[in-house]
Write a protein that binds this ligand. Sequence first.
Ligand code: HEM
Length: 216
Amino acid sequence: MKFLFSTIGQKVQIAISGILFSIFLLFHLFNNLVLFLGAEKFNNMVDFLKSIHLFIRILEIGLLIIILLHIINAIKVTIQNKNSNNGKYAVSTNTATINSKTMIWSGLIILLFFFMHLKYFWYTFQNMSINSNFFKIVLKNEFGFLGHPPTAVFYIIAIILIATHLKHGFLSSFKTLGLSKKHRYNLIQYIGFVFWGLIPLGFITIIIAIQTGFIK
Ligand code: HEM
């Protein structure tokens, strides 16, 4: 128990919660790729998810706990770092890149995207019954939805930030979890690339497909 609250324990919590959230993102991408198959298939998929509502609720609560653990520990570690060295690194090394110092900021912009996404997508879907046209909602040309060009641009910027956040996060989390350098630069780099490279690219492709009318 004491370990969990130590600095390294907090970093382990950030690493594990980050990895679990990335696994959610992989599933989330697969769900949304169904948009390419057309309205009927997408609506059927959402109907199915609604029919196993209780199971989805349990996963959502798990997801909420993961996100909270990630954010709370990230803020704690940032504050501890600032207090211990007044925000400056005693020796500037390559490990403390600009990216690591801005993790908390990209994290906060991602949080803003999160609130917007949940308000317009998750909340709207909650209030719709089975057999509704969910596909049409995703494509709506109205603020908060993906048919709306400024919203689409904001989403793409947020997803690029998520990608840089994930890239840095992946490499650090494997350091935190103590995997050797040799491992880090082989298999793990490829797995990392799937998460920080291919998944964000998949989401951006969906948004561009909606904006160009490929998904309609
Ligand atoms: C093309 C981009 C995206 C689309 C079309 C999309 C679509 C959706 C939809 C339709 C929902 C509501 C699902 C439901 O309640 O049944 C949802 C929920 C959610 N989305 Fe996304 N999403 C996209 C990108 C993202 C990204 C990049 C993230 C996170 C970094 C994300 C995180 C979430 C979370 C945490 C939920 C709530 C959990 C859930 O109930 O499934 N989404 N998304």
